[in-house]
Design a protein around this ligand. Structure first.
Ligand code: G
Ligand code: G
Ligand code: MN
Ligand code: NA
Length: 254
């Protein structure tokens, strides 16, 4: 409850801010995208990890205004990166199921894109499969609406929770992000290896771009390259960092 009242007061202040982490094209080593990740620094509670405050924000509904601020802030921050010589850079933003249940979501996205001037085709919204499980309503219409706007849709943390392969057929996803838990033991454990190979092959076969999350070693990267994974993200390249550090990373060849 303390957390919730502190969070309520933090909305719209500089206590909530974004860090950014690069997504690297496995073949070329070039930065292909940047994921925005929310951070909360409270004067009394210190730095509160997102795994603690995001579920809370979802429960009490604060994730709706927070998510709106995240999207606006991310677009504002990333636009100069596109304009500064990286026109194809993808901006990846996490969206909670709770934000989708808010009837204004589609309009919010449209408004933010218009007001910031951020191109829809450079935005990728990451959605966890929990959404597709819980939400009946007009989730099809909502995802189709985003798709029609030109926004990319990614299924995040794929392979955890209640993955249903039928989601991949039913919804207009561009991208599949393999959950970072699959990177652990990926080179040692036969079963894990088979799962990663199979997810990459399946996603590729479906015409989806595949991103491996949580890549920490050069050996994992080499394996991902061998099986044709498109993009990789993880501490091997960079931790999530403040925006000021991103521009210097964009010309890196990892
Ligand atoms: O940022 P990591 O650094 O700790 O993030 C932990 C979890 O919080 C991840 O599941 C991530 O998707 C989620 N997360 C981070 N930023 C955001 C955000 O802006 N919105 C939502 N809904 N989830 C986020
Ligand atoms: O659920 P989502 O994929 O949005 O969350 C991204 C989360 O993964 C963030 O918490 C981010 O800090 C974390 N992360 C990013 N790269 C790595 C990594 O290489 N290893 C680990 N353990 N976590 C990572
Ligand atoms: Mn994510
Ligand atoms: Na996520």
């Amino acid at each position: 409850l303390r957390l919730e009242s502190e969070l309520r007061r933090a909305v719209g202040t500089e206590q909530l801010f974004l860090h950014f982490q690069p997504l690297v094209h496995v073949e070329s080593g070039r930065v292909a995208g940047i994921e925005a990740l929310l951070r909360w620094n409270n004067p009394e509670l210190g730095s509160v990890p997102p795994d603690r405050f995001i579920p809370q924000a979802e429960t009490c509904g604060l994730i709706v205004p927070i998510g709106r601020d995240v999207l606006r802030q991310a677009c504002q921050t990333a636009l100069p990166w596109l304009q500064g010589g990286h026109p194809d850079l993808l901006l990846c933003v996490n969206v909670s199921p709770r934000q989708f249940q808010d009837g204004a979501f589609l309009d919010d996205v449209r408004t933010i894109l218009r007001e910031t001037g951020f191109p829809a085709g450079n935005l990728e919204l990451e959605i966890t499969e929990g959404l597709l499980l819980k939400e009946r309503g007009d989730i099809d219409g909502l995802l189709q609406g985003l798709h029609d706007m030109g926004v990319h849709l990614a299924i995040d943390d794929f392979g955890t929770g209640y993955s249903s392969l039928s989601y991949l057929e039913r919804y207009p996803f561009h991208t599949l992000k393999i959950d970072r838990s699959f990177m652990i033991g990926m080179l040692e454990r036969h079963e894990r290896k088979v799962l990663v190979d199979t997810i990459v092959a399946m996603a590729t076969g479906l015409g989806l771009k595949v991103i491996a999350e949580g890549v920490e070693t050069a050996e994992q990267l080499a394996r991902l390259r061998a099986i044709g994974c498109d993009l990789a993200q993880g501490y091997l390249f960079s931790r999530p960092v403040p925006a000021e550090q991103i521009f210097a990373l964009l010309d890196n060849r990892f």
